[in-house]
Design a protein around this ligand. Sequence first.
Ligand code: SAH
Length: 242
Amino acid sequence: MGIGPGSADYLTPAARAAILASEVVLGYRTYLHLIEPLLAGKQVISSSMMQEVERVQTALQLAEQGAEVALVSGGDPGIYAMAGLVYEIAAERDSPADIAIVAGVAALNSCAERLGAPLMHDFAAISLSDLLTPWAVIERRLEAAAVADFVIVLYNPKSKKRAHHLPRALEIIGSHRNPETPVGMVTAATRDGERTLIAPLREFDPALVDMQTTVIVGNSHTFVWRGKMITPRGYRTKYRLD
Ligand code: SAH
C-alpha cells in the first residue's frame, strides 16, 4: 500500500518500477498519456489540471483501503507538483497510508541539459503562477534573486490568463542585470515538439514561451559558446584553463 508519485518525462528506473507495481494510477491526463505503455491492466484515473486536491484525496482513500496506488506528476513530484500536497492532506487526516515519494528529473534538469551548463552556480527557481501565490510575493522574490545575482529558473512562465507575467519578470530582472545576459528557454523538453532558444536578455521574446516552457536567465558571468549557455563555477580564478 503506498503512493508513489512517479515522473512522466525521463522515467527513472525507480519511478517505472513504482508505476508497474501499482494497481491504480492517478494523474493529470497529459502525463498519463506519456506513460501509456506502462498502464496496461491497471485502473487509471485521469483528471484535469485543476483537480489536484480531489485527486490526492482519492489516491489516499484508495491506499487506505489497501490498494497499491501511483500518483503521477510530471518531472519531479517534489518541485511544484504533488508530493507536498500528498503529505499535507495525509497529515490533515492522519492517514495510515504508507507513502513513498519517488524522485524524478525536474524540468530544470532536463532544460539545463539542453541549454548547456547554465546551473553551475547558485540558482533560484521561481514560479510565475499566481494561482496559489500572490503576485506581489513573486515580484519580491524576482527582485531579491536578481539583486543577489542568482541564475534564475522561471517555471510556469505563461498561461492563457497570464500573458503579462513573463515580460514583467524580465523587466524586474533586467533592472539589475546587463542587457547582454544570456537567457535560455526550452519548450517541451524530452517531449514531441521540443524547442530550444538562447538570446540576450534585451532581445528575448516572451511571445515564444508557452505553458510547457522553462526559462533560465544567466547570472553576471554566464556566457554563450557555440550555442550553449555556460555559467562558470569559478575555476578560472584559481587555475589556467588553456
Ligand atoms: N514537477 C515539475 C514542474 C511542474 S510545474 C518539474 O519537476 O519540473 C509546470 C511547469 O514546469 C511548466 O509551466 C514549465 O515551466 C515546466 N515544465 C514542465 N515540463 C516541462 C518540459 N517538458 N519542458 C520545459 N518545461 C517544463
